[in-house]
Design a binder for this molecule. Structure first.
Ligand SMILES: [Zn+2]
Length: 457
């Protein structure tokens, strides 16, 4: 395949041509209550051609390698036709051609582990949840893995072969008492082999315990409080509320937001550092080369409180007169790469968690992310659970904790950044432009923020 692709790309007649060919292995074992809902392994392969003619893209997808020369012609023809009508011309920022092969580490290759063993593992976690307490009425356990092997070549001489493993685990429990229903869950994701899915019995128990504990937790009292976010929630906040608006393709379509996101502008306290990194050992968001063959960069979005970087593809980098960052990613061979995050996190700061509730008369410690929405500057996040902070001490468990605010105001209101950094993959992934779920990780230490609007559900 390597020879075939390189030769086809060499012969291509467009101004620029690239081919990505992928083989993806996937398997999963899913339990709901005491039922096995899915147990399967699949394999698929396919490729995509992008040709650039006079500033316009033409795209063609294919599943039969024999079709490659024809598909390159097709993409070139589409690009040529489009170039007569498109006024907003694409130019790619220059990059040095590279040649490399990368293979993600797996102690136990997921392809070599039987479906039976995967079923047994999911069943074990499922049983732990179901047997935890009489109030547990339902469970959902989902083990899923994949191995993406991608060959990428372009007409500038870049050739990159990558094999990236991915393993995720969703452990969820539902508890019921007197008509009240509560959920607890743990969501985990790794770049690694089957070994990464082992040994999470305590997490299964924690999910079940949380569902049960929430039955006796009181609903949070709405108000404006100083809030401490745990690592999970702070990480999701920085990805959802801030990371997405650092994606240059979004900013190029949104003039008012582009004016706000001016490099060099202060966005937060001195010790606020926000990073998007293409490689952290074992992290799910790893992509050593992006789907334009650009080597990963560590991008400081915010450095010492100041906006210092944005996330780019080659096209957006050219438009904004900067260098590509390695953030052009596609969820699979059926899609063109668009600007996406990888491992996005708030870097650690100077405070211990014990110091953080100090001086708070009444506040909320918000934990875990249950989902959320952002619309431009505004965000709404549901925490999975929380605790009151009373007179500088953690108090009772509370539920229905929903945080809302303006992302820029919230960043300015960060008062303390903890030392206790955690990077975390979760079982889902990032969605954008119809491409979901893209493996990413989010991370942060504990973060204390003043003046956050907390509402009950
Ligand atoms: Zn996202």
């Amino acid at each position: 395949m390597e020879e075939r692709i390189c030769e086809a790309v060499r012969k291509a007649k467009a101004d620029y041509t690239e081919v990505r060919w992928e083989k993806i292995f996937r398997s999963r074992a899913v339990f709901q209550r005491d039922q096995l809902m899915a147990l399967e392994a699949t394999e698929e392969q396919g490729g995509i051609v992008r040709a650039l003619v006079d500033g316009s893209w033409g795209i063609a997808v294919f599943t039969d390698p024999e079709e490659l020369p024809k598909k390159i012609e097709e993409a070139t023809h589409l690009a040529r036709t489009a170039s007569r009508h498109v006024r907003d011309k694409v130019t790619l920022a220059e990059v040095e051609p590279v040649e490399d092969r990368y293979r993600g580490q797996m102690e136990r290759d997921i392809r070599g582990v039987s479906l039976e063993e995967k079923r047994k593992l999911a069943e074990t976690y499922n049983r732990i949840i179901l047997e935890y307490h009489p109030a547990i009425v339902a469970s959902s356990v989902r083990y899923a893995d994949s191995l993406r092997h991608a060959i990428y070549a372009n007409s500038e001489g870049t050739y990159v072969e990558q094999e990236v493993p991915d393993v995720t685990l969703m452990l969820a429990a539902v508890a019921r008492k007197n008509g009240d229903v509560q959920q607890g869950f743990e969501s985990l994701g790794f770049a690694g082999g089957f070994e990464k899915a082992l040994g999470h019995e305590e997490k299964a128990k924690a999910a079940a315990k949380r569902a049960v504990d929430l039955l006796s937790a009181k609903p949070v009292k709405g108000g404006r409080y100083t809030v401490i976010l745990d690592q999970d929630l702070a990480g999701v906040f920085i990805h959802e509320a801030f990371g997405h608006i650092c994606e240059a393709d979004f900013l190029l379509r949104n003039e008012p937001m582009r004016k706000i996101m001016e490099l060099g502008k202060r966005f937060g306290v001195e010790n606020l550092n926000v990073v998007d990194d293409g490689f952290v050992p074992g992290a799910r968001g790893n992509c050593p080369y992006d789907d334009e063959g650009v080597p990963r960069q560590r991008v400081y979005l915010i450095q010492e409180g100041v906006l210092t970087g944005l996330l780019h593809s080659r096209a957006t980098a050219h438009k904004l007169a900067t260098k590509p960052t390695g953030n052009a990613r596609a969820v699979s061979w059926e899609h063109e790469p668009i600007v996406r995050m990888r491992n996005t996190f708030i870097a650690p700061g100077p405070f211990t968690f014990e110091e953080m509730p100090d001086g708070i008369d009444y506040g909320i410690y918000a934990c875990g992310a249950f989902g959320g929405q952002t619309e431009f500057e505004q965000f709404t996040f549901s925490a999975a659970y929380g605790y009151e902070i009373v007179n500088g001490k953690l108090g009772e468990m509370v539920r229905d904790v929903v945080l809302t605010g303006n992302v820029f105001q919230t960043l300015r209101n960060i008062e303390m950044i903890g030392k206790d950094f955690q990077l975390k993959g979760s079982a889902g992934g990032c969605g954008k432009g119809g491409q979901w779920p893209l493996p990413i990780t989010t991370g942060a230490p504990h973060v204390r923020i003043r003046d956050v609007i907390v509402g009950g559900r």
